[in-house]
Design a protein around this ligand. Structure first.
Ligand code: FPP
Length: 225
């Protein structure tokens, strides 16, 4: 069902294909991630121009810790950089937030320096009233659902769709209208399982570093169909 004209759009991106983008150019995989972060910054600007209300991106999954240490360190550094782009976010009136395993939970693995960058960016952009950019880091949809169901069980109403929604990591994150997955794979990969239950899905062969405004518009057109 197309969203009504007044409801702020929620677009969610699985930013895949950085490694292959780099490989095709004879570059190290890490260069692909660097370009991926740059492309995210470009896409945030486009999303603001398109009046998208919520943009949620999969920056690092609970499974991504299995990657080689140097690659993980590089991606962590890129998150520190992204959450450091406060001046740019403020200029765009964008509020940044984070979704993932709570820092104090037993399984959480986010290093302290990334935690600090995340906390600071959230505080420094909290007053912005335009788009909300949510970065999923150390995120897995099933882990989020387990936590939400545990929370729901302890309420008087018990486990219902409403009480589950109220106990998600970010209860205010609205339903996703469209999920975009770049670079050819047609999988959901444990991303926003609850929030994207009714979403349209735009799959494209374009690698994330090359995903631009024309393709974003194609994905948004799915909502007019
Ligand atoms: C997929 O590429 C991307 C990731 C594992 C997530 C990392 C995303 C970025 C670094 C870009 C955005 C940056 C931030 C800071 C949010 P891949 O390595 O799986 O590519 P491949 O499938 O071609 O190997």
């Amino acid at each position: 069902m197309p969203p009504d004209a007044h409801h702020p759009l929620h677009v969610a991106c699985i930013m895949d294909g950085n490694g292959r983008w780099a490989g095709r150019r004879g570059l190290p995989r890490t260069d692909g991630h660097t370009e991926g972060e740059e492309n995210l910054a470009r896409l945030v600007r486009v999303a603001v121009q398109r009046d998208i209300g919520w943009l949620t991106v999969f920056g690092f999954s609970t499974e991504n810790w299995r990657r080689p240490r140097p690659e993980v360190r590089h991606i962590l550094g890129l998150h520190e950089k992204l959450f450091g782009r406060v001046a740019e976010l403020n200029e765009l009136n964008v509020r940044i937030q984070w979704i993932g395993r709570p820092f104090d939970s037993r399984e959480a693995r986010t290093p302290k320096y990334v935690q600090r960058a995340i906390r600071k960016a959230i505080v420094d952009t909290a007053e912005n009233t335009g788009m909300t950019l949510t970065v999923a880091f150390d995120y897995g949809g099933r882990a989020e659902l387990v936590k939400a169901v545990e929370g729901a069980r302890s309420t008087d109403a018990g486990v219902t769709p409403e009480t589950i929604s109220q106990h998600m990591y970010l209860p205010d994150l609205p339903p996703v209208d469209v999920v975009i997955r770049t670079s050819g794979e047609r999988r959901v990969s444990n991303f926003l399982l609850w929030q994207a239950a009714g979403a349209a899905i735009h799959f494209t062969d374009t690698a994330w570093p090359d995903f631009g405004e024309t393709e974003l518009d194609e994905a948004l057109a799915l909502l007019d169909a």
